[in-house]
Design a protein around this ligand. Structure first.
Ligand SMILES: *[C@@H]1O[C@H](CO)[C@@H](O)[C@H](O)[C@H]1NC(C)=O
Length: 212
């Protein structure tokens, strides 16, 4: 059997549910980055909802709901895929539960640290954190949310015993790595701008004092 044949044997690419799941995974970060950057530039959500806080809660609910749809589509896709005996048995199942547990710890602890507005793009809506969060889980990874989510995808793939889940997990990781490359410089820019403004305000105070 050629490599390609053995691979198509592991993953059933004729299932539409697989494509749909792959699309949902790529769609979510793309959509929220486009909407959040538009909000940052134009404040269209803040204007519509009346405050940055309300705009951010709208984003939070939307992103969370999209995530639920994505997870539902993923599990549905997995159920339609062939299993593989190497992924069945005690060790993969145990590894699956361990990955799910670690992944959820990363996601929940980072949400706990950042709060709702810090987690869901508050800085794009003008709600900036006072300080950079450095405690757990941010002392072990700079993107606990993304790596935690990736671990949960892999854990689910192992629990179902489906090679297709591993392929989808690779897509999740790729999408998040691109998102990190794209988001981190932008948010760094938002905070750099605030520091500049703070420095300017500080400078003004000094000048005022001199005049007195
Ligand atoms: C991260 O912080 C936690 C809690 O403060 C601590 O227990 C852990 O050892 C730290 N890990 C590293 C790698 O610094």
């Amino acid at each position: 059997m050629s490599f390609l044949q053995s691979y198509t044997h592991l993953v059933d690419f004729s299932q539409k549910s697989l494509l749909l799941s792959a699309c949902a995974i790529a769609f979510n970060p793309t959509a929220w980055n486009i909407v959040a950057r538009k909000e940052y530039r134009t404040r269209f959500l803040t204007k519509f909802f009346g405050s940055g806080q309300a705009a951010c809660y709208f984003l939070a609910i939307s992103i969370f709901s999209l995530g639920l749809v994505r997870d539902f589509l993923y599990e549905r896709a997995l159920r339609a895929q062939p299993s593989h005996q190497l992924l069945e048995g005690t060790i993969p199942t145990f590894a699956g539960y361990a990955l799910l547990a670690c992944g959820n710890i990363l996601v929940i602890s980072s949400t706990w640290q950042l709060g709702i507005t810090g987690t869901f793009l508050g800085d794009y809506c003008g709600i900036l954190m006072d300080d950079i969060v450095t405690g757990f889980p941010f002392n072990i990874t700079n993107a606990p949310m993304y790596y935690g989510s990736t671990m949960s995808f892999l854990g689910t793939a192992l629990l179902y015993g489906k090679p297709a889940g591993i392929l989808i997990t690779a897509e999740v990781l790729l999408v998040y790595l691109i998102a990190i490359q794209y988001e981190n410089p932008f948010t760094a820019g938002i905070y750099a701008k605030r520091e500049q403004e703070r420095a300017k305000a500080g400078g003004k105070k000094v000048e005022e004092k001199k005049e007195l």
